[in-house]
Design a protein around this ligand. Structure first.
Ligand SMILES: Cc1cc2nc3c(=O)[nH]c(=O)nc-3n(C[C@H](O)[C@H](O)[C@H](O)COP(=O)(O)O)c2cc1C
Length: 342
């Protein structure tokens, strides 16, 4: 295995076996409560979770967040997730495709389009790679390899700080993102990896031309923790511990960005752990809600576990709609039924 493949394999092992989640900084969903409706004027069976995003129809406003690729285990996980995404009409991202660009023989570990011909599918690269020889050609290759509908550029400065020999030259990236957004024929999205996007940064990214933002806020998987588990360097390990709970909670990013941009396609992820969190995120303005770690753990177990997880998310989301008296995610978003607790 190459160094990058070993890193990808380590990430999967650590995320599956270790405690990698934030402890003292939460996504913030527990600070909100729905107003219960004791007499919904609805038939539960008529509740319709379907929606659309970036021109594609979805069975529900759910996204399997960008995670993996590059190894045999990653291939199996991507394939299981893609089959489920196609069955239920969910959106899906794959992990950073840098390894597939550098080692074309592993491209098939990402290439799930044949299993999921109809889904909203996202390619993925680290934005920082634009400072390390990558340009339009590599971004286009990532999109083509996947037959993706759009490209996600992930922003991960903290992770690069903890990772030994991380790529830490982030200077001038906004100009390169602007250039890419103007030239790539598919939409470009910006996403963090679990430390959140502030409203100020969202403004700069929107002005650069990104078509959508995934806040990927704090409260779920902590990449400072994952990288600190992985390193054998004592100083890097301590650095990771110090920053384990660093970042902007998902709910704070979501509320702030939605209030500035009422119509921007906005994805909420980072620490969502059930369909009630998803319903709260929608009520706070999310068009899609993303889950990473829960899908990773289910997919590493079995296709049936992925199916069970999606059915539970559907049941939780539908129950939240029913018990707030809303027949669709759009109605939930428009209704003022979520209170922030004092
Ligand atoms: C094993 C694993 C690998 C990941 N790799 C990537 C990646 O390559 N690109 C990316 O944008 N995000 C990546 N992420 C971050 C997730 O997409 C997500 O933003 C983050 O884990 C927070 O969501 P969660 O709390 O539901 O896990 C990865 C997450 C996990 C668990």
């Amino acid at each position: 295995m190459s160094n990058t493949q070993t890193r990808k394999a380590d990430h999967l092992r650590i995320c599956l076996e270790e405690d990698v989640q934030f402890r003292r900084n939460s996504s913030g969903f527990e600070r909100y409560r729905f107003q219960h409706c004791c007499l919904p004027d609805l038939d539960y069976d008529e509740i319709d979770l379907s929606t659309s995003c970036l021109g594609k129809s979805l069975g529900a406003p759910l996204l399997i967040s960008s995670m993996t690729g590059g190894t045999a285990q990653a291939k199996q996980i991507n394939q299981r997730l893609a089959v489920a995404a196609q069955t239920y009409g969910l959106a899906m991202g794959v992990g950073s495709q840098r390894i597939a660009i550098e080692k074309p023989e592993v491209a098939d570990t990402f290439a799930v389009r044949s299993l999921a011909p109809d889904i909203l599918l996202f390619a993925n690269l680290g934005a920082v790679q634009l400072n390390y020889t990558y340009g339009l050609a590599e971004c286009q290759r990532a999109v083509d390899l996947l037959e993706a509908d759009a490209l996600i550029l992930h922003l991960n400065p903290l992770q690069e700080c903890i990772q030994p020999q991380g790529d830490r030259n982030f200077r001038g990236l906004l100009t390169k993102i602007t250039d890419l957004c103007g030239k790539l024929p598919v939409p470009v999205l910006a996403k963090e990896v679990g430390n959140g996007i502030s409203v100020q940064m969202a403004k700069q990214l929107v002005e650069a031309g990104v078509s959508a933002i995934d806040v990927a806020g704090a409260g779920g998987t902590s990449w400072a923790k994952v990288e600190s588990e992985r390193t054998t360097d004592a100083r890097q390990r301590q650095l990771g511990h110090t920053f384990a709970d660093w970042g902007l909670p998902t709910t704070e990013c979501l509320v702030a960005i939605r209030s500035l941009y009422p119509d921007l396609p906005l994805i909420a992820s980072g620490g969502l752990r059930n369909g009630l969190d998803a319903a709260k995120a929608i009520a706070l303005g999310a068009d899609l809600v993303g889950f990473a770690l829960p899908f990773l753990r289910a997919a590493s177990e079995s296709p049936a576990a992925v199916d069970d997880l999606i059915q539970l998310l559907y049941a939780e989301l539908t129950t939240a709609l029913f018990c707030t008296g809303n027949a669709t995610p759009a109605a939930l978003r428009a209704a003022a039924v979520l209170q922030k607790l004092a």
